[in-house]
Write a protein that binds this ligand. Structure first.
Ligand code: SAH
Length: 398
């Protein structure tokens, strides 16, 4: 992403800061990279003493990556003396010991020395040397302090722009109070203790059910340990809701469709038969438990139902018909219904009780009175000739 991290909607930091002075820089690239580093860390004034390439410089502009206002503001000088003329305090950066009676400081101390002077309205200059051979002794002699970086003594010399970035960084860290530009977004408030305690109560209740707290004399320690694990996470309200959901999902078992029910085929047949007999005797107020049982049935299909459903959802003829399984239509639960087609498919067990058959008849009458087409398919037919069963459904769709 070009320009990532650059935000033109934000104000450019224009606090006063030290002046950066590059003595005879050889590469435009380094000047551009130094300008970019200055912009990153809130410095704006760049002075060049006799740059070795013509100025302005395209390579510098490319490396500045948008820190144009710094390049546009560059001031050129013929001598270092000229470049520091208005400075009341000058720091000379160098990787080498120049053997001069001049205090040596690190970059953080350099920032600390500059800050009160700049706050008092003085001009502070930080001088950087040539890429190849740094600053001459007489140039260092013009400074109030030597600044050197803590480095690997066997490889002490940094790239010019990288030396600028470290000095600029230390300056900005001090001047800005080291405040970071963004923090982790607070998505949900920390969970209050009341919510935590309720969570522990339900967690422990579920664990009791599976006799997790064994042996009994360890119970208290185990509970304290568990509570401490969660408390150490400093969870948010959302975290606790999620964990609670996870525990209840594990405790209550899966809610998925079709496979994974707890009834085997014959048990599912019996449940279906019982529900079929009950179908119409339920008044509207009693639909709650019926719906619950229908959901249970949905998870526990008989073999015929499972086979027909699989065939139905995998057959292109029925794509988009919106068939649903074990769904209430009015006060009746239908095996398969397509609301868009107003079509109900009733899987009829061959050896149905008289009560169930009567209830089925009433259901059918109600559905037809309410404009549903009802297609009864004998369970055995599905198992013996699926193609024919599908053919009939196709015919009912028209
Ligand atoms: N070979 C040169 C180093 C030039 S690097 C020499 O021996 O001096 C270009 C400039 O980056 C240096 O003049 C200095 O201003 C700065 N610089 C590089 N490494 C530095 C360090 N370890 N400490 C302070 N300034 C450093």
């Amino acid at each position: 992403m070009p320009g990532a991290g650059t935000d033109k909607t934000k104000d450019w930091i224009e606090e006063p800061g030290p002046v950066v002075i590059l003595v005879e820089p050889q590469l435009g690239e380094n000047i551009g990279a130094a300008a970019r580093a200055m912009a990153n860390f809130g410095l704006s004034r760049l002075r060049l003493v006799r740059p070795r390439q013509p100025w302005p410089n395209d390579r510098a502009r490319i490396m500045a990556s948008g820190a144009d206002r710094i390049l546009d503001g560059v001031a050129l000088y013929d001598s270092l003396e000229g470049a520091i003329a208005d400075c009341s305090f000058v720091l000379a950066t160098t990787a080498r010991a120049h053997d001069q009676a001049k205090p040596v400081v690190g970059p953080a101390e350099a920032a600390a020395l500059a800050a009160p002077r700049i706050a008092a309205g003085e001009t502070v200059g930080v001088v950087f040397g040539r890429e190849r051979n740094g600053l001459e002794n007489d140039e260092v002699a013009l400074a109030d302090r030597i600044v050197t970086l803590p480095v690997n003594p066997a490889f002490a010399s940094l790239n010019l722009a990288q030396a600028v970035v470290i000095v600029a960084y230390e300056w900005f860290k001090l001047a800005s109070g080291a405040k970071l530009p963004f923090v982790m977004p607070a998505k949900s408030a920390p969970a209050p203790k009341q919510q935590l305690l309720a969570f522990f109560a339900s967690l422990e209740r579920e664990l009791e059910k599976v006799e997790f707290f064994r042996p009994p004399d360890k119970r208290e320690t185990m509970q304290i340990n568990l509570r401490n694990i969660v408390t150490r996470m400093a969870p948010s309200q959302q975290d606790i809701q999620t964990l609670h959901g996870v525990i209840m999902a594990i405790a209550e078992g899966r809610k998925g469709p079709a496979r994974g029910g707890v009834l085997d085929g014959p048990e599912a047949e019996i449940l279906r038969a019982l529900l079929a007999e009950q179908d119409t005797v339920r008044g509207p107020k009693e639909r709650g438990p019926m719906r619950g049982l229908a959901r249970f049935l949905r998870r526990n299909p008989t073999e015929a139902e499972r086979a027909l459903w699989q065939a139905l959802v995998n057959d292109r003829r029925f794509a988009g018909c919106g068939f649903k399984r074990q769904t209430p239509v009015g006060q009746h639960i239908c095996d398969f219904v397509s609301f868009p087609l107003r079509l109900v498919i009733d899987v009829v067990p061959a050896d149905e009780t008289a009560a169930a058959a009567a209830a089925r008849g009433q259901k059918r009458a109600w559905l037809e009175a309410h404009n549903y087409k009802v297609l009864g398919i004998i369970a055995g037919d599905i198992e013996s000739d699926m193609a024919a069963a599908l053919e009939r459904i196709g015919g009912a769709i028209g």
